[in-house]
Design a protein around this ligand. Structure first.
Ligand code: G6P
Length: 610
């Protein structure tokens, strides 16, 4: 997956593209490039580099291409190594058609063979390069018609932005299984992979739908289906500010976003939960009758979202008495899912664009299941593909490792479980009230926890010398342990694994010794005592233990090597607080090791390819 941007307007395009690429870098950062054209120019100025956007910007500073039409790209390689030749933009043989692409053209090999047979010469190893050549191949004096023709032959996933020197008054975008938005300014237009890239210039955004194409001229955008049927554009007003997508003085986005957790939790609850524990979702309103008829809930996600799914599975079964199962979307999509009209499928995806989760959601809905997307991005593919959406309302998350949105996912899934529990009359009014109070107190409890950050940083410093970690938890603390381990490995490159306390004895314990510490999540839970038992087991085997405990809990003093205290609360809120504590622990440990926290190697924020 990559980040793409295009500009057509009255100002110089290059600075706009540079700015947009900087904000899109979280999508991939192994090479970057821009192409800019000025009116009447015979060639486009193309600048590329096999490095991060920062270096491209350095190159551009010394040799800024002039022109008010252009495209830019930051790449996360799929086909072809991260070299200058493989960096986008790509062009046709005549260097008249310029294309940037996010996605994978699955049939590029056969297309390339065909085009090479017809005399086209390719310069790169990318799948993308077939696109400009294919357009060139179909070009009969009408760029839009040729593009439409070419798109009809592509299989796979693409968000494309392109222009032709023969019709430099046009900027064309198209999408299939990859996101693309169009920013509508005053006499200027932007096309980008996401809103954060363009929100500094305009808050009026047109979200291009699946299988749609946009042709932008100085008069504005015209949206059609890929085969040319006019489509009513969906225009949104963005209600967040560019400063929300900047670091505001924090050394890293990740730290800034962890500190935004109290607001993220409050926003996920906002207007949805009353004191009695009644839950209302505006974009996913199902009557009690329908919710009562459900027989099963399937939660689908990847990465951090899969861990949120596991927490959702736990509370839906526990609170609502409804069979629930969390599944890795990439595995689910290649099974023949046994679901039906009485199943609810919950797609958990921060971006709303994770390819595996989207395909899995579609496959689940094809069986007749009801689908809801729990996502941070309004108008994202998952939100549009589902029957309803529960928006996280957490604001943009730029750090590649999910933090505040994991919390917003947990809170949203708690609300969903509570909604199901009340509709199905599985929870007493007293318990509902108690849970509502626990959740409503979360933003303050997180603030309280964040005030203890220096102590967590001190612990991270103490543990930074170890090369392996085992995270252990039970019940709701099990997904917390998995997520704690994922956070650490993602950003510090230190090996970490998560296990349930019960599973520990069935293998993982063999790894433990004085050089292999255990992070044990021993916070409030009906099975807390069992995890305490695990701590004793591993201490007996010489492993150092960092125990996450509720404030004032001294039961592991003198047993665990260190205690990390979180505010004392119920099990559901404790899972959130322990997660935030472990995010901070991973963050400080990674910083201690000098890692590039916001842009960890080999990872990308949004995986829009399989
Ligand atoms: C990538 C990111 C993870 C994220 C996962 C799922 O792997 O690096 O942080 O959890 O995708 O993303 P989603 O947008 O679907 O939640």
């Amino acid at each position: 997956m990559c980040g793409i941007i295009g500009y057509l307007g009255t100002r110089e395009a290059a600075p706009v593209l540079m700015d947009g690429l900087r904000r899109l870098e979280y999508r991939g950062y192994d090479s970057a490039g821009v192409a800019v054209v000025s009116p009447g120019a015979e060639v486009a100025s193309v600048v590329k580099c096999a490095a991060r956007v920062e270096q491209l910007i350095e190159q551009l500073r010394t040799d800024m291409p002039a022109g008010s039409l252009g495209v830019g790209h930051t790449r996360w390689a799929t086909h072809g190594k991260p070299t200058v030749l493989n960096a986008h933009p790509h062009t046709d043989c005549g260097r008249r058609i310029t294309v940037v692409h996010n996605g994978i053209i699955e049939n590029f090999r056969e297309l390339r063979e065909e085009l090479e047979g017809a005399g086209h010469e390719f310069l790169s190893d990318t799948d993308t390069e077939v696109v400009p050549h294919l357009i060139e191949h179909h070009y009969r004096g009408d760029f839009v018609a040729a593009t439409r023709h070419a798109l009809g032959r592509l299989r796979g996933a693409y968000a494309l932005v392109m222009f032709s020197l023969d019709e430099p008054e046009l900027l064309v975008g198209a999408r299939l299984n990859a996101p693309l938005v169009v920013g509508l300014g005053e006499g200027e237009y932007f096309i980008a992979s996401d809103i954060a890239a363009i929100v500094a210039y305009t808050k009026k955004v047109l979200v291009l739908g699946e299988g749609e194409m946009v042709v932008v001229t100085s008069l504005g955008p015209v949206v059609t289906s890929l085969d040319g049927i006019p489509v009513e554009p969906r225009v949104l007003h963005v209600d967040w500010d560019v400063s929300q997508a900047e670091r505001s003085g924090y050394p890293h986005f990740m730290l800034k976003e962890i500190h935004e957790t109290p607001e993220a939790a409050a926003n996920a609850l906002r207007g949805r939960l009353d004191r009695q524990g009644h839950v209302e979702f505006t974009e996913f309103e199902m009557d009690d009758e329908r919710l009562r008829s459900l027989e099963e809930v399937r939660l689908l996600g990847m990465g951090t979202s899969l861990h949120a799914a596991l927490a959702g599975e736990h509370v839906i079964e526990d609170w609502a008495g409804l069979a629930a199962r969390a599944q890795d979307s990439s595995e689910f999509r290649y099974r023949r899912p046994v679901l039906g009209g009485n199943a609810l499928v919950v797609a958990i995806t921060q971006s709303g664009e994770t390819a595996d989760t989207i395909v899995a959601l579609r496959a689940a809905r094809a069986t007749g299941a009801l689908g809801v997307a729990v996502t941070n991005v309004v108008g994202s593919t998952a939100a549009r593909d589902a029957d309803g959406a529960i928006y996280l309302q957490a604001g943009p998350e730029i750090g590649v490792a999910s933090t505040k949105t994991f919390v917003a996912h947990l809170v949203s899934l708690y609300l969903l479980a509570l909604r199901l529990a009340t509709a199905r009359r599985r929870m007493s009014p007293e318990r509902c009230e108690e849970l509502a109070a626990e959740l409503r107190s979360l933003p303050d409890a997180v603030r309280h926890l964040l005030a203890g950050e220096p102590e967590i940083a001190r612990l991270a410093h103490r543990y930074a010398g170890y090369r392996n970690f085992m995270y252990v938890g039970r019940g709701l603390a099990y997904p917390v342990a998995l997520e704690g381990a994922l956070k650490l490995k993602e950003i510090s490159y230190v090996h970490a694994e998560g296990t349930s306390g019960g599973e520990l004895k069935h293998g993982p314990i063999a790894l433990l010794d004085a050089e292999f510490p255990v992070v044990a999540v021993c916070t409030a839970s009906p099975v807390r005592e069992k995890t305490v038992g695990n701590v004793h087991e591993v201490v007996a085997r010489g492993a150092p233990v960092l125990a996450v405990v509720s404030e004032g809990d001294r039961s592991l003093e003198g047993v665990a090597s260190d205690l990390l205290e979180i505010p004392r609360t119920g099990e559901a809120a404790s899972a959130v607080l322990a997660s935030v504590a472990l995010q901070l622990f991973a963050y400080h440990l990674a910083v201690e090791l000098g890692r590039d926290v916001d842009r960890p190697r080999n990872l990308a924020k949004s995986v829009t390819v399989e």
